[in-house]
Ligand binder design. Structure first.
Ligand code: GLU
Length: 341
């Protein structure tokens, strides 16, 4: 055999060996078309679901159109795929807690958050006073109210106005656009948040509130009243999925290390009392809010979010859970779905 024919035979065998791998890789590739098809199917499948009810303990939330239904995915490489109503905005509510916690981790380090707030799930409802009392202000978790108000109180800033601006700037950087306040929701909750104020004062009594409790509760209430649509939430999740760099603006919002410590708290405490059931069924760190938003992070791949106000008994959007679980299964992106070697 000549040298050329030997080379030719080697090249052909190499191609024959690699070829099936190429096909396989293409099969598993998460294309825009595949994601769009999954969103379209999920939308059609769940659009007529009637279960659930808007939150009404914040009076303004009861007046939000329950028919708002928007789905968005923002991939780590910056593609935006949507279905349904992505223009209507709802208040971000508890979903904001993730990003204030991330802001604290970024500014103070992950150990400080573990020490000053605590990261274990409380095992109690999101606005539990018993949880604070039982642990004497410790282990109060940044994704439920006591820990979240403490997290807000820890944000850098010499006064309330500076802290508030800092929070809006960070939440906006995650969303990739300037977020603004839903004034009616803020006024409605601010006039009726004695329980959150009590939580903040009790934490102060235990030395676990790091700013004036009345002002910290007020900033926290405003933070929960920021207006977002499904695309904003998906971009926020997409930024976490992309290791802290916003996939649309390409700006670094937080470090990779901050994301590393943010996602586990979402995994263990993101969906109130159903956090375990959620994680068991989806494998994705997520966070919901009583405004009807729910976002989930598929690490390294994409952020997904749904806005649909009717909530189940645990306080999570009914349609959002159905849609995200469907899409995760359809696209086979549960991180625990492991292909044996
Ligand atoms: N602002 C709400 C509260 O403090 C947030 C609740 C939530 O979304 O879980 O009650």
């Amino acid at each position: 055999m000549t040298r050329t024919s030997v080379l030719l035979v080697m090249t052909i065998s190499l191609i024959m060996f690699i070829h099936p791998c190429i096909i396989k890789a293409q099969d598993n590739a998460l294309t825009k078309e595949k994601i769009q098809a999954a969103l379209d199917e999920a939308y059609a499948k769940f659009k007529d679901v009637k279960e659930g009810k808007n939150a009404d303990y914040i009076k303004e939330l009861a007046t939000v159109d329950p028919k708002i239904f928007g789905i968005a995915v923002v991939t780590a490489d910056g593609q935006v795929i949507t279905k349904g109503d992505i223009d209507s905005k709802v208040s971000i509510q508890s979903v904001s807690k993730v990003f204030t916690m991330a802001q604290d981790i970024e500014e103070l380090g992950h150990q400080a958050i573990q020490d000053k707030i605590g990261v274990d799930a409380t095992g109690e409802v999101f606005n539990s006073i018993v949880a604070i009392e039982r642990m004497r202000g410790k282990e109060i978790n940044p994704l439920v109210n006591p820990g979240a108000i403490a997290a807000t109180s820890l944000v850098a800033g010499k006064d309330s106005a500076v802290k508030w601006k800092h929070i809006v700037d960070v939440q906006s950087a995650f969303a990739g656009r300037q977020l603004s306040l839903n004034m009616p929701v803020y006024i409605s909750e601010a006039g009726d948040n004695l329980r959150n104020q009590a939580i903040a004062h009790l934490l102060l009594a235990y030395g676990r509130m790091y700013f004036d409790p009345v002002q910290a509760t007020d900033i926290y209430t405003k933070q929960c009243a920021l207006n977002v649509n499904a695309k904003d939430l998906a971009t926020m999740a997409g930024t976490l999925a992309n290791g802290g760099v916003n996939p649309l603006t390409k700006k670094k919002v937080v470090s990779q290390e901050t994301v590393l410590y943010t996602l586990p708290v979402m995994a263990t405490a993101g969906l109130y009392d159903d956090s375990g059931i959620w994680y068991y069924n989806s494998g994705l760190p997520a966070k919901s809010g009583v405004g009807g938003g729910l976002l989930a992070v598929c690490p390294g791949k994409f952020g997904i979010a749904v806005v649909s106000p009717p909530l189940d008994a645990a306080g999570n959007s009914v349609k959002a859970q159905l849609v995200i679980k469907y899409v995760v299964e359809k696209l086979k992106v549960n991180p625990f779905l492991i292909q044996p070697k």
